[in-house]
Design a protein around this ligand. Structure first.
Ligand code: PLP
Length: 355
């Protein structure tokens, strides 16, 4: 039996999207491909509220996280750590031999403008990396406020944002907020199969990239831009993903973006209220994520046994990530899931655990 995915990625994919993936193949140097690429980019610009470039990379998000720091960090990058994915970005910069600095808060806490300001004030940084939605802890940091502070006080610092688990689930005003790179793989709130990552790249970020001699090859923003102006990519793109993304963006606009964001919040509210009644929510209540809920296993139930029984009934949720394995659990409510879906899920958990 297929298990409906209530995990924070990959998320449940609708049949219509799987069908779109099965569109007969076209060559990537054809006009048909350029039309498709253009259509996807134009729609992404609407979604992300940007007039700038949106690059398409055939890769999971981690590849573009690496590309972003390689293209943008000239002097030193500030990593803002509040969980496993923000840590991963720092590890990537270290692996590339970049000069890094960090600020760190406890898992479950958000990265605030005050924290980032205090770190940048020390000087020497030309880039800051932010994880909008820390999927490992279910915390949505106040990126618009952090970005506003950086743009006002540190005009030369580039802002790179990992929006992997919230893009298309919460509103992103890329240009108004002054983001330089905002990236996300499509297997989370876009609800496509994994394999494609989209990224805004500002003119400022392109200019920085031009000053950096070794940007790597596959994710070189300058080389990708050369092709993007012709609605193409340097290497063969995941064309099937573009067919599916083009359709999914149409479907998102048909639903209405505001309705889509409201639906994510409504699902979150259902899961949070249930989580508070039955267990305890993990993390700072002020910054709870609209796309994934992180719940402390206060009753000490056997997570594996629960997920196995959920599997028998056609659903799957996630264990705590990294150090939280067995101590917490996570429910993803992103993509095309509905309030009826999460209500079905929490009802089954109640039944199984006899809550
Ligand atoms: C899932 C996730 C990633 C990693 O994405 P991949 O597509 O698996 O490389 C990075 N950051 C965040 C916040 C995520 O949720």
């Amino acid at each position: 039996m297929h298990k409906k995915l209530f995990i924070p990625g990959p998320t449940e994919v609708r049949d219509e999207i799987l069908q779109a993936m099965a569109t007969p193949m076209i060559g990537h140097r054809s006009t048909a491909y350029a039309d498709l690429h253009k259509s996807v980019e134009e729609k992404l610009k609407v979604l992300l509220n940007t007039e700038g470039r949106v690059l398409l990379f055939t890769s999971s998000s981690t590849g573009v996280m690496e590309g972003a720091v390689r293209n943008c960090v000239g002097k030193k990058v500030l990593h803002t750590l509040n969980g496993e994915f923000s840590r991963r970005w720092h590890a990537i910069s270290e692996a590339n031999g970049l000069a890094t600095g960090t600020i760190e808060v406890e898992p479950g806490q958000a990265i605030t403008p005050e924290l980032v300001d205090a770190a940048l004030a020390k000087g020497g940084f030309d880039t800051v990396c932010l994880t909008y939605n820390e999927t490992s802890t279910g915390i949505l940091s106040p990126v618009p406020e952090v970005a506003r502070m950086v743009r006002e006080k540190y005009p030369d610092v580039l802002i790179l944002v990992d929006a992997v688990s919230c893009m298309a689930g919460v509103e992103i005003k890329n240009d108004e907020w002054g983001l330089d790179v905002c990236l996300a793989g499509v297997q989370k709130c876009f609800a496509l199969p994994p394999g494609l990552t989209v990224a805004t790249v500002s003119a400022r970020a392109m200019e920085r990239a031009r000053s950096i001699p070794h940007r790597g090859y596959y994710f070189d923003f300058i080389e990708n831009e050369k092709y993007a102006v012709k609605y193409n990519t340097p290497a063969t793109p995941g064309i099937s993903h573009l067919f599916a993304l083009d359709k999914q963006l149409d479907d998102m606009f048909a639903e209405g973006l505001d309705n889509r964001y409201a639906r994510h919040l409504a699902m979150a509210e259902h899961v949070r209220n249930w989580g508070r009644r039955r267990f305890e929510l993990f993390g700072d209540e002020k910054y709870l994520s609209p796309t994934v809920s992180h719940i402390t296993n206060t009753t000490g139930f056997d997570f594996k046994a629960l997920n196995k029984e959920l599997g028998n009934r056609g659903a799957q949720i996630s264990d705590g990530y990294g150090p939280f394995k067995g101590k917490t659990f996570r429910i993803g409510h992103m993509g095309d899931l509905t309030v009826a879906d999460v209500t079905w899920l929490t009802g089954m958990i109640d039944e199984i655990l006899k809550l």
